[in-house]
Design a protein around this ligand. Sequence first.
Ligand SMILES: *Cc1c(COP(=O)(O)O)cnc(C)c1O
Length: 365
Amino acid sequence: MHQIPPFTTAEETKLLKKEIMQEIERVIDSGQFILGPDVKNLEKEVAEYLNVKYAIGLNSGTDALIIALRALDIQEGDEVIVPSFTFFATAEAVEHVGATPVFIDVDESTYNIDISLMENLITKKTKAIIPVHLFGHAVNMDPLMEIANNYNLIVIEDVAQAFGGEYKGQKTGSIGHIGCFSFFPTKNLGAYGDGGLIVTDDEEIYEMASMLRAHGSKKKYHNELVGYNSRLDSIQAAILRVKLNSIEEWNEGRRRVDQQYKELLSDLDGIILPTEMGGTKHVYHQFTIRVLNGKRDKLQAYLKEQGIGTMVYYPTPVHKLPLYNSSIKLPISEMLADEVLSLPMYPHLSIDEINKIGHIIKRFL
Ligand SMILES: *Cc1c(COP(=O)(O)O)cnc(C)c1O
């Protein structure tokens, strides 16, 4: 039976393997493995692509969030608003700097922060908000920035899932004060290991983040702060530079897959398809449907029997994870956790494969 995994890099690797192997060899021969010209060039190219002044290559997306919070001096006693329907790292980074995550519910059609709930959560202690462009879909940034400006809040965009996404013609990550990317291998722009990056237009933030990346020092052996070892590897940067050339094409591939799924699955009772908000360019890190009437797990098992792999992002909203087990009620996050199912999504998923998945879902419903 032909298996369809939820995600695979097999096709893109086939296309680029030769070029990537040459790049890896070049880095090995150069003898420079940490930062160096490859990281500098990647930073320059990403900054150009996103139309921002500065980019800083890091170890991971999680480190990008932690270093962003540190660079903005967010610390114990401060509150940071984060969505509950996200990957744990968004809240974990806030905990790491000693601040308190304050969970906000999401909107049921975009799965992103429900901005109408924001003002109610703002207190004297609120310092920042972390909008997550979940599944590649831009948060409605205009009203969010307006509230943030009114209350003097810092906006840290979690762009781990939305490299190349757009909001009103601007790239996601370039709209708030600082944008945090992940190059984890399954992300839209993925390395062959861990990697992350911060972008900003603010020189002071750039200087601070650069210091924090390398043990709190600008000059070697002249440490000014307690920082981290969070430098991006040269080999990963070289691989990412090759893949960056294809990111537009691959995001278009994901959008094609979205269109083909929607042609097959629209107007079906029992499921709700993902939406694309006007003015945004969704880059479909995930194609996540909602399965109604308590049937999500049954549909997932049914697809698995036929060789179709799917994922549940996320089965538990962050405020309900064992760490918090909070009694606060965030009804939409809790409902989505029970209903969401992410279908196979990658740029080279074929029309035959999409048809097969669509037919199986129709038969189930
Ligand atoms: C992947 C991810 C992160 C963390 O990135 P890593 O590179 O895995 O550390 C943070 N936030 C979100 C929303 C993510 O999806």
